[in-house]
Each structure stands twice: as C-alpha cells, then as structure tokens.
Write a protein that binds this ligand. Structure first.
Ligand SMILES: Nc1ncnc2c1ncn2[C@@H]1O[C@H](COP(=O)(O)OP(=O)(O)OP(=O)(O)O)[C@@H](O)[C@H]1O
Ligand SMILES: [Mg+2]
Ligand SMILES: [Zn+2]
Length: 502
C-alpha cells in the first residue's frame, strides 16, 4: 500500500558512523573522540545538503548517551538509542532554526540547559539551519556557548557557514562535510537496492550518482522515482526518468552546425518545431550540449562532469574530436546572445532559424590560442576605456595580497559551475584594489573567463564566499612571464578592454 511506503532516504538513514558514506575525515575523528570520552561542548557541521550532517548529529547524540557503545558507535538497541530514534528521549532536542530563529527561542533554550539530563548522560541540542538565527538569537546563543553546563553539547548544522558570525565559529569544533563522490554514492545505491531486493544496473547507479552531484539524499530520491514503474532499473530507464533520453537531435543539430550545413540545420529545426519543441528550451539544451563537448576538450577527467549514459558519452567523445575548444566557445558565445533575444522575440522560430544560419556562417576557423593579455587593473573603479586600461606599471607579486579564501570559492564553484571549477584546479588568486587576479596554468582558463556567463558565475561565487560585492576579474601573470609571450600591443589592448568591460 502506497501510504505505508517509506521513502528510501528516510528508511536508509545511516545508523552508525560506519554506515556514513564518503565522510571518513568526519566520522573517524568523531568516533575517536567518543571512544576516548574527549568531548567538546560545541560542534559545527557544515557542508552541502544531503551529505550526512543531520545523520551524524543523531548518531553522535545516540553514542554519547548509549548504554553499550562500542568504539564510539551507538549500539542502536538499548532503551536510550531506541528512545532517541523514536524521539521520546527528552535529552536530545532537535531545533529547526529556520522556524525558531528569534531571541526568545534561544533564551528558552538557555533556561532549559540549567536542568540536568533526565535519562541520558548528556543533553544534546541539534540546531539545524543555524545560519537562519537572527542576530539577537546569535548573541543569546553565544552566551550559552561561552559557559555551557558540562552535561550540555551543542551540534550546529548549516549549509551556509559563511553566514555565521566569527564569534560563534570560534567557539565550535568545525567539521566540513564534502560532496560525496559518484563512486561512493553508486556503491551505497547498489547496496540499498540489494537489501531492498530489486535490480539496479551498475551503469544506472553511476548515472543517478552523477545527477545527484554529491548529495546522497538526492540520489536516493531519484532512485525512488525511477523505480516506481520498474523493478529492474537500467541506465536507459534512468535517462528516460530524468528527462535525458532521446537527445539524439542535439547530436544531429550540432553535427550540422559544425559542418556549416545550413539546409540540414533548418530541416532539423523544422522537424523539431513540428514536434512541438519549445525554441527557448532547445536553445538552452543546445548550449548545454556544447558545454558538455567543451568540458570533454578542456578538462582532464571529464567523466563526472558530463552527466549522461555510457553510450551517450561515447557519442560526445566522437563529436568533441571533430571540433576545437575555440570553435565551441565561439558558438556558445553567440548562442548565449541569441538566447537573450529569443526571450524577447515574438517569432521564436524565425529567431532560431536566423541564429542557426548565423552560427553556420560564423568564422569556423579556430582562433589562434594566443597567450592571454596581462591585466593591470586601473586605480579607479569606474569602467575603463582603452586609455585607462593602458598598463601604468607591470604588476608585481608583492603588491597583490594572496586571496585567502580561494579554496572556499572553488568549492562554491563546484556547486554552481563544475566545469569552471575543474579548470581552476590548482589555481591561486590575488587581490588588488577591487580586483581579484587569478593565476591558472590551465590554457583553457583565459578563453573560459572571457565568456560573460563564466565570469559572472565566478564573480558570484567570490561574492558569496566573501559576503561582499562582486569583484572585477583579471588574469595574474608574474613579472618576466610576459617577455616570453610577446604580443601585438593593439590586440592586447582590445583583449584587455573586452575583459575589463565584463
Ligand atoms: N554520507 C551519507 N552516507 C549515507 N547516506 C547519506 C549520507 N548523507 C546523506 N545520506 C542519506 O540522505 C538522507 C539525508 O541525510 P542528512 O539529513 O544527514 O543530510 P544533511 O547533510 O543533514 O542535509 P541537509 O543539509 O539538507 O539538512 C539520509 O537519511 C540518508 O539516507
Ligand atoms: Mg540536515
Ligand atoms: Zn545504545
């Protein structure tokens, strides 16, 4: 009966640290602390959604109170473990800060902490979404964190750690949960399918894991959806279920575009139009298709960044081999512009036809991949004209401060723009005035960042991490490097002006 059905991600919540996938840096440390009794009084669990924060907080709460813990793990059988699972033990309190975010809520909590635990050894407060607390509530919480009774432990959990005040951060032991790798997720999905006695193809598990993008809960929810009407879950089935099947027209259209075959493009478009294909959607899908091809050409290990079946991956490879990154970037840039026009256009079909014709006739010659111009940010913050953009002095490393939170920016990007994050692996960044200068060895980076869409997502990620304004971007090149890459000064100026105006 449907009403008795428990969704997989609830049914398969990890009950021990050993059952938590992909977070060994968290679980081994917590287990050791629990086994040796060296406990802190405030913990902070941060990281992306669906990666095990709440699960670990509950396991921790059980373990400290368990009557028969083994090596830091709860037994899950004693009356306390079972009571905590059932929510009947008053000593473990879960608070959703999103809906209890006021000063009064935290004051009540402070008063409560003066009572001894009723059944267990510790009273554990799990405060979820703690970034939602008001500033008054944070101050009240801080007072409690300063002098907590010895039998009280706080576990704060959040996906948005940058919103917490430094005063709270400094009083907690912090544990950073990571996105879970596709392999780890697939392994857990296959295990659960085995326990639930339905067939899950290995390829299907990998596809689900990639779509879930590091979040185990999302992977399990997707699996739930895919198995409603199939007892045997195959990769083709998953592709259909998540609306990723029948993408062959994108390969055909791209082939025609790359070959510059206008009649074939228009024929394919006509067919799609007859089949009631939405033109805006088509434009976006085509952009994403080109993005996948680009990823194949510029990222060293692209498999996890291109979400598709194994069969389609072979097709992507084949298509990517027929073109160049420069050509793809050129097509994407124009398609991006067309996408904006399409939204405003009254005759979307004609707009799309014109776009395809323009793309076919656009210069198919890949641009020479010249080394990027050196960017010297002008002192003034206003938009630079060519004059102002002229280098006044070569940048010198000591003038620029290393950008300390670059690692956080990269993990933020991993969320919002994985291809760019892939390209930026191993990069560093420096700040100067209101500029962030990026130093990357990856030859694709300068091309990437010239695209408005890419630059915007990087600026956004930086702003999110620093909590400040969107910065201006530039390429960092150490002194001396420039001499090795002489370049037409006019081309350089043009390039610089183009970038700075973004
Ligand atoms: N690391 C993991 N290992 C195994 N299962 C996991 C893991 N992370 C999440 N899950 C599955 O996803 C479900 C939700 O996980 P959990 O509530 O712990 O995530 P969370 O990090 O607290 O997410 P949110 O930030 O959205 O609150 C669990 O019930 C479990 O089925
Ligand atoms: Mg949670
Ligand atoms: Zn127990």
């Amino acid at each position: 009966m449907r009403s008795l059905y428990q969704v997989l991600y609830r049914k398969w919540r990890s009950q021990t640290f050993g059952e938590v996938s992909g977070q060994p840096h968290v679980t081994t440390t917590l287990r050791r602390a629990l086994a040796t009794g060296r406990l802190g009084h405030a913990y902070l669990f941060t990281g992306p959604r669906g990666t095990g924060k709440t699960s670990c907080a509950r396991i921790f709460a059980k373990s400290v109170n368990c009557l028969h813990p083994v090596d830091g793990e709860p037994c899950n059988e004693c009356e306390l473990c079972r009571g905590i699972d059932a929510g009947s033990v008053m000593d473990v309190i879960e608070i959703d800060a999103a809906s209890n975010n006021g000063v009064d809520n935290i004051r009540d909590l402070r008063e409560e902490t003066s009572f001894l635990p009723s059944q267990g050894k510790f009273r554990v407060y799990i405060i979820d979404e703690v970034h939602m607390l008001s500033s008054g509530a944070f101050n009240a919480l801080l007072k409690t964190l300063e002098e907590p009774p010895p039998y009280v432990i706080f576990i704060l959990a959040t996906t948005e750690v940058h919103k917490l005040p430094a005063t709270v951060l400094s009083r907690c032991q912090r544990f950073d949960f990571h996105r879970i790798s596709a392999e780890e997720i697939a392994k857990r999905l296959l295990f659960i399918a085995g326990q639930e006695q339905f067939t899950l193809e290995a390829d299907a598990a990998m596809l689900l894991a990639r779509v879930a993008d590091g979040a185990m809960r999302d992977a399990l929810s997707l699996l739930d959806r895919c198995r409603v009407d199939a007892e045997e879950v195959t990769a083709a089935h998953v592709a259909r279920c998540i609306g990723m099947a029948d993408r062959h027209y994108l390969f055909e259209l791209t082939d025609a575009l790359l070959a510059g075959e206008i009649p074939l493009c228009l024929e394919l478009l006509h067919q799609l139009y007859q089949d009631a294909c939405d033109m805006e959607r088509l434009c976006e899908d085509l952009l994403f298709h080109l993005r996948n091809l680009l990823v194949l050409l510029v990222v060293r290990q692209p498999r996890d960044l291109v979400i598709c079946t194994e069969d389609d991956f072979v097709l992507y490879r084949r298509q990517a081999d027929k073109t160049s990154a420069a050509r793809l970037l050129q097509l994407m840039e124009r398609l991006e512009a067309a996408n904006a026009n399409l939204r405003r256009s009254t005759d979307k079909r004609m707009e799309m036809e014109i776009t395809l014709i323009k793309l076919c006739t656009s210069n198919a010659q890949p641009k020479a991949e010249a080394p990027p111009a050196q960017i010297t940010p002008p002192k003034k913050a206003d938009a630079p004209n060519l004059q102002a953009a002229q280098p006044t002095s070569p940048p010198q490393e000591p003038q620029a401060g290393e950008f300390a939170r670059w690692g956080e920016v990269l993990s933020e990007l991993q969320n919002t723009n994985p291809p760019l994050a892939g390209i930026l692996v191993g990069s560093t960044a420096f700040t100067r005035d209101d500029f962030v200068l990026i130093k990357s060895e990856n030859p694709a980076f300068p091309m990437f960042i010239k695209q408005g869409m890419q630059a915007a997502s990087l600026k956004e990620a930086i702003a999110r991490v620093t909590g400040g304004e969107r910065p201006r971007l530039g390429l960092f090149r150490a002194e001396g490097e420039e001499a090795a890459a002489p370049k037409d000064p006019l081309a350089r100026l043009a390039e610089r002006a183009e970038m700075l105006s973004k």
